[in-house]
Structures are given as structure tokens and as C-alpha cells.
Design a protein around this ligand. Structure first.
Ligand SMILES: [Cu+2]
Length: 296
């Protein structure tokens, strides 16, 4: 069907009217990037000394870690490598080996079990067999053993919600606009009592080529808006009064000191946008980054 040729101009009029009514819609889109920062890294020194009995050793040669932890081998002395017949990530590891400062290799063990490895310049695969590894370790051979225990606790997690500002009509003056309230949730199921914190990093709001600077958005978290869903002492707000978001540095919003915050907590941050009088019409968005981090 052929459209009547006057229709396009009607559409234009209708669109202009819409824009006049909805002068500006500003929305912040949040990207929640929770990090489970409870994993640890254990360093193993490769070739502890230049000479003597401990020269051709991994040190410590026998370690116990939790699933999700990383082992990092760092070169100290001599020429060595790491080979394994049972450790994922090591069987195809750095065969060329370690022979100069700064060389390192790391691998995160995600599955519980006992893993063994050897330097194939100073030991052999049979030295690292599971039923011989303890004897080889006792005999000072250049072998290593990693016991990976299933991590007992759960994880540190965060559920952050999008922040949405209502559409407003431009008034020729700066205007404060409050975002709709949303409940966020943080959980610490690690069972370590290590404490944790939530940070938020700002970003400029953009609409095409137009920009509203990140620090025009402020955030606060009232202590009365932090509730215990289940768990011990609630975390504490770190921003009780409005503070501008910073695109260059994360702001700490919430903090659970050691031994607290073990459980699940809801919190409702307030976001306020000070819209400049000189704002161009448009729909603005920004990607904030919110993270939950281990440690107070
Ligand atoms: Cu070696």
C-alpha cells in the first residue's frame, strides 16, 4: 500500500510535540560487576638458592590450598621447568622453563584433588607419581605437591539494580532530580568473617555527542536503609551525605568490618542528578560500575 505523501510531515509534528512534553529522560544504566575477591594466591619459589641442597627445589614443595586459589611459581635460581601428568594447566605448562629473573607462571586450581609436578631437568615423571610423591619430597627431589581442598564457604556476591531517573521538562534552571528507589542486595556466604565493602564508580552520562559530567550524579546511603535479611551485624554506610560520583576512583558506599556482614543484607542507595540548565534535549545513559570486594 502506498502511503499518502503528507504523512511524513505529520510524523515530524508529532515527534516535535513528544519531545516538548518529555523534555529530557535521563537514565543511568548500572553494570554490576561483582568480584569474588576471596581467592588467595600462594607463591612457590623455583630454585630457592644458587647452590647447596636447596638449590634444586620448589619451596614450599608441598602446599594445601582451597579450590579457586591460584599458585604462582616464581624463578629464583638455576634452570628449571614444571611438568605434570595430573595437574591441569601444568602438563602443557612452561616447558622452556625458568632461567631468568622475572619469570613466573600461575594457575588457578578450581577442582579439589591432589596434584603433583616435577622439574624434568632435575627429576622425572615417576618421582611425581601420587604413590611416590611423599617419598620424593622427603628425599629432596625437585618435585611438588598441591592439595586442593574444596572451598567450604560460598561466595561474596552483589545484586545491583539499574538507577532510573524520571523524565523532566527543562526549566532553564539547574534542577535536582531523584532516582526511583531500588533495593540492592549483598551476600557474604564465605564464612570467613573477612569483611567486605561495596564501591561505586561513576561515568559521564551521554546522549549522542552530548555529555552530562559524572559528578552531576550524587549518591548517599542512609544507615536506616540498610536492613538485615539474615545474618549478624549489619554493614555500615560510608556515604551518609550526598557525594558526587567519581569516574576516576571508586567511592566506598558500604563497609562490613571484620566479623560483621556475615549473611545477606538489603540496602537502598539514593541517587540525585543535578541537571544543568544548559542541558541539551535527549535521553542520557551511563554505565556505572559497582563491585563487592573482600576486606573492610
Ligand atoms: Cu630443576
Amino acid at each position: 500500500m502506498k502511503l499518502p505523501n503528507h504523512l511524513p510531515s505529520l510524523f515530524h509534528q508529532r515527534r516535535a510535540l513528544l519531545l516538548a512534553l518529555v523534555a529530557l529522560a535521563a537514565a543511568l544504566v548500572l553494570l554490576a560487576a561483582p568480584r569474588s575477591a576471596n581467592a588467595a594466591t600462594t607463591t612457590v619459589r623455583v630454585g630457592q638458592n644458587a647452590s647447596g641442597a636447596a638449590a634444586q627445589r620448589f619451596n614450599p614443595a608441598s602446599i594445601t590450598i582451597s579450590s579457586g586459589d591460584t599458585v604462582r611459581w616464581e624463578w629464583f635460581n638455576g634452570s628449571h621447568d614444571i611438568q605434570s601428568t595430573n595437574a591441569p594447566g601444568l602438563s602443557s605448562g612452561p616447558r622452556a622453563g625458568f632461567n631468568s629473573p622475572g619469570q613466573a607462571y600461575q594457575y588457578a586450581f578450581t577442582t579439589a584433588g591432589t596434584y603433583t609436578y616435577y622439574c624434568d631437568e632435575h627429576a622425572g615423571p615417576s618421582d611425581a607419581e601420587l604413590d611416590k610423591i611423599d617419598q620424593s619430597l622427603a628425599g629432596g627431589k625437585m618435585v611438588g605437591k598441591i592439595v586442593v581442598q574444596q572451598a567450604a564457604g560460598g561466595s561474596l556476591s552483589l545484586s545491583a539494580r539499574p538507577v532510573t531517573f524520571p523524565a523532566v521538562a527543562l526549566s532553564g534552571m539547574d534542577q535536582d532530580i531523584d532516582a526511583a528507589l531500588q533495593t540492592w542486595r549483598a551476600s557474604d556466604a564465605r564464612g570467613t568473617g573477612a569483611g567486605w565493602n561495596v564501591t561505586i564508580t561513576g561515568a559521564n552520562l551521554t546522549s549522542g555527542a552530548q555529555v552530562i559530567p559524572a559528578d552531576r550524579v550524587k549518591v548517599r546511603l542512609l544507615q536506616s536503609r540498610i536492613t538485615i535479611v539474615s545474618g549478624n551485624t549489619a554493614p555500615q554506610t560510608q556515604i551518609a551525605d550526598y557525594e558526587p560520583l567519581n569516574p576516576a576512583a571508586p567511592l566506598k558506599l558500604l563497609r562490613a568490618s571484620a566479623g560483621t556482614g556475615m549473611g545477606t543484607y538489603d540496602f537502598i542507595p539514593d541517587f540525585r542528578l543535578t541537571l544543568p540548565a544548559s542541558t541539551w534535549l535527549g535521553e542520557y545513559t551511563a554505565a556505572l560500575v559497582v563491585t563487592v570486594n573482600s576486606g573492610p
